[in-house]
Design a protein around this ligand. Structure first.
Ligand SMILES: [Fe+2]
Ligand SMILES: [Fe+2]
Length: 280
């Protein structure tokens, strides 16, 4: 028998998927004006595209980790399958641009793919609810970053790359909306527990790729002006998500305080049992 939660998550997925099929499908081969690549665009533009492409290339790990954590929830598991298809086009489109613009050879892209997958992305959080909120924040951050790069590509006169970022950004915000709608349901089911998870994820949030992509630190220096810093992250990613979810800052701060308190209590208990076993 279906539970009420399963039923609601299924409905969220069907709404998402119906809209995706109707409004958002795009074709890597025929919808990008590949003849409008600007071969004189800056090397920085290529480096950024390559870095995003690298992060998107961990797809096998994202899919494996993501789908297993939600496999019991039909709506969310099917979402992950559709999500994987959409994300697979992101790295493909960026790879195509890097090759067609003459910035990288096919050989170099194979080598990049190999070196990327030498390392493995691990799930940053262990429960379905925490991973849902993680997905939500990560998709919104990616959306904001791709919009900036869309405008940058336009400024550099590369209509092909501009269009790639445009499509990819639309996909990312749609993913974010799905996760947000799931979180809304979860908040209705268990507000306190969901808020606690949100506070925990936010306090420990890191973009995927930070520990994995080769030379990420030096890449991020070049990307800084087009990337986002903590301030922008809070203003353009975190606050809008809270607003959409109808969660006040006061409420989330309270949950943050409770999360810190709970962690301290666990640490204290551990320290205490450690010292008492040392005394024995
Ligand atoms: Fe993506
Ligand atoms: Fe996405």
């Amino acid at each position: 028998m279906k539970t009420r939660l399963e039923e609601r998550l299924y409905r969220e997925y069907m709404t998402f998927f119906e809209k995706a099929e109707r409004e958002r499908r795009w074709n890597v081969f025929t919808d990008i004006p590949w003849d409008k690549v600007n071969k004189d665009a800056s090397e920085d533009l290529a480096l950024c595209a390559e870095t995003f492409c690298s992060v998107e290339m961990y797809l096998p790990d994202y899919v494996a980790g993501g789908i297993n954590v939600v496999r019991r929830y039909f709506g969310q598991a099917w979402f992950q399958a559709n999500w994987a298809y959409e994300e697979s086009k992101h790295s493909l489109a960026l790879t195509q641009w890097l090759i067609k613009s003459g910035r990288r050879s096919e050989e170099q892209m194979f080598d990049l793919q190999n070196s990327i997958l030498e390392r493995k992305w691990e799930l940053p959080f262990s429960t379905a609810r925490q991973m849902t909120f993680y997905g939500c924040v990560q998709e919104m951050a990616t959306f904001i970053i791709y919009l900036k790069h869309r405008d940058r590509a336009a400024k550099e006169g590369d209509e092909a790359l501009r269009q790639v970022y445009e499509y990819v950004a639309k996909d990312e915000i749609a993913h974010c909306r799905f996760y947000e709608n799931v979180i809304k349901v979860l908040l209705e089911e268990d507000r306190e527990g969901t808020l606690r998870d949100m506070a925990h994820v936010f306090a420990n949030f890191k973009m995927p790729g930070v520990d994995l992509v080769p030379d990420y630190d030096s890449r991020i220096l070049k990307m800084r002006e087009a990337g986002i810093d903590r301030q922008v992250f809070i203003q353009k990613v975190y606050f809008p998500i809270l607003k959409y979810l109808d969660v006040s800052r006061h409420e989330i701060l309270k949950a943050q305080g409770a999360a810190i308190h709970a962690r301290q209590a666990v640490d204290d208990a551990k320290a205490l049992s450690g010292s008492s076993s040392a005394e024995e």
